[in-house]
Design a protein around this ligand. Sequence first.
Ligand SMILES: C[S@@+](CC[C@H](N)C(=O)[O-])C[C@H]1O[C@@H](n2cnc3c(N)ncnc32)[C@H](O)[C@@H]1O
Length: 266
Amino acid sequence: MFNCVSLPQWLDDYIFNQQKANYCPFNSDMTVIDWDKNNVLNYLGTYFPRSYTEAYCIFSEYFKQHLQEWQNRESISVFDFGCGTGGEIIGLLEAIGKCLPCTKQVRIIAFDGNQDALRLFEDIIQSYSEQAQLNIQYQVIPVRIDDFYDLTILDTLLTDKYDIIMSFKSICEFVTKERFEKQNAYEHIVRFLLSKLNDDGIVVLVDVTSYNNVSQKWLPCMMDKGLKAAGCNVVSKNDGYNQAFFISHSERIRDISKVAWRIVQK
Ligand SMILES: C[S@@+](CC[C@H](N)C(=O)[O-])C[C@H]1O[C@@H](n2cnc3c(N)ncnc32)[C@H](O)[C@@H]1O
C-alpha cells in the first residue's frame, strides 16, 4: 500500500490560510470532545491532514483489491462515527473519485459531539462539494454520547443502513472517558455500527496505538478483543502492530502518523 501523500493544494490553502489552522501535535489520551474552537483549529492543522491521508490510502487500496464489488455502485452511503473536522471523509471522497468512476453520488451522515469541529467540517465539505465531480449530500448529527443510554438515542436517529461506516480515532476517547464504564468501548460501538451496516458493506476502524492510562491497556489490543467479542469478520488489517502514513503540507514535510486499522464485515 502506498502511504505517502501531499495534501491537495486547495485543501492546504483552505485549512491553513482561510481557516487559520495550526500545526500543533498533542500528547496521548487527548479528548477532543471537550475542546474549544482554538484547540479545534490546532486539531485541524495537525490531525485533519493525517486522517485525510490514512483514509485516502486505506480506501484506495481496498477499492483496488475489491473493484468488482464496488465499481458499479452509482451511489454510496457513508456513516462516520466521531467525524470531528472530517479529514477521513475528504480522504474517502478523493479515493472514491479516483478508484470508482461510476460512482456519481455519495450520501454522508456525519456524527460528532463537538459543535466547533462539526461547523468546520460543514465549511470544508461545502467547499469540497462546490468543486467535486461527485454529487455530495451530507447531514450532521450533533449528539454527545455520555453513556449506554445516549447510544440508544443515536440508534433512533439513524433510520437507514450504510455501505461504508467508519470511525477514525474517536473510540479511544470513549475509553479515556469511560463512557461504557469499565467495559470494552470497541465491542459496544462495533456491535452498534454493525447493526447499521448493509449486508455487503464495510466498517473501517482506525485508532491511535498508544497505551491508554485510564484502561491501562494498549488500544490495539482492546480493539482486537472488542472485535472478537462482537463476532465480526476482520477482512483486512495493518501488518504488525501499527502502520505509518506520511503526509506533506505547507506546515510540515513528511509528518508521520502511526495507527492501527481494521476493515470488518458482518
Ligand atoms: C480525535 S477526534 C477524531 C476526529 C476525526 N475522526 C479525525 O480523525 O480527524 C475524536 C472525535 O470524537 C468525538 N467524540 C469523542 N467522544 C465523543 C462522545 N462521547 N460523543 C460524541 N462525539 C465524541 C470528538 O468530539 C472528536 O471530534
